[in-house]
Design a protein. Structure first.
Length: 247
């Protein structure tokens, strides 16, 4: 995959620009980067605060896989970002919280939002992977409710990396993982996901729209990326949506 960087000063959302580019026939490997987003969004239609100093970008992919497995791309991206950030910040404190959050000491440093589009014949037309990394702005720039749960990497590490350096480290991990997924399937990154995650083995509350709907120990993820949770009474349920809080 050849990376083609497109850097903008300001966009509504790099995901929206990537969708428009994909519909115009842009190639796999197109990366849309914005120094600032005015309408950045996260999962569950949440606002994603995107001031200057953060790394906001979206990768356009055209994977040749069964749409059933498309959710794997979010897990793969989580692995690539975790590896890239660990290398950039020389730390193993960064881990993946299922399905798509990157945490440092339990605080969020990155979120990932993937979307996909099918063709009329049912094959994947494109997938976009939007990645937001809190690289180098002031903690006070988070809205008040986010300040308790999110941190800025340069702050917490005492380092002063640029967004370009961090992007480069992430893409260096992403490209080979993606190519290996296309060639040989998910085993390689799923194994790495197991090593990098901080969800499995913990008691989790599974939430749907902020409401707790199931509670148990996170046992594993399956090949489609769903989380398997085992309750006290032995019942095992699998979740491929929603979010969890870790106790
Ligand atoms: C989440 O944790 O809810 C996912 C956040 C994803 C944010 C990124 S920033 C780049 C891209 N553009 C967007 O509007 N969202 C994603």
């Amino acid at each position: 995959m050849k990376i083609q960087l497109n850097i903008f000063d300001v966009l509504e959302s790099t995901n929206e620009t990537a969708v428009a580019a994909a519909n115009d026939g842009a190639l796999e490997g197109t990366v849309i980067v914005a120094k600032r987003q005015e309408g950045g969004h996260g999962r569950m239609q949440r606002v994603w605060n995107s001031p200057e100093g953060g790394l906001w970008f979206t990768i356009l992919l055209r994977p040749k896989i069964d749409p059933q497995f498309i959710a794997q791309v979010t897990l793969l991206a989580g692995v690539a970002v975790a590896k890239g950030l660990r290398k950039a910040y020389c730390t193993d404190k960064i881990c993946i919280k299922w399905p798509n959050d990157l945490l440092w000491d339990g605080k969020k440093v990155c979120g990932i939002l993937s979307e996909m589009q099918l063709k009329e014949d049912g094959c994947v037309d494109y997938a976009i992977v939007g990645i937001g990394v809190n690289v180098g702005f002031k903690q006070e720039e988070f809205p008040e409710d986010v300040r308790k749960t999110a941190v800025v990497l340069n702050d917490i590490s005492g380092m002063n990396l640029t967004c370009e350096e961090v992007l480069d480290k992430i893409l260096q991990e992403f490209v080979p993982l993606y190519e290996s997924w296309q060639l040989s399937g998910s085993q390689e990154f799923l194994t790495q996901w197991q090593e990098l995650n901080c969800t499995l083995g913990n008691v989790v509350n599974v939430k749907d729209n902020d409401k707790v709907i199931f509670r148990g120990i996170a046992k594993n993820i399956d090949s489609e990326g769903a989380l398997l949770v085992k309750a006290d009474n032995g019942e095992i349920r699998s979740y491929n949506f929603g979010e969890i809080s870790i106790r």
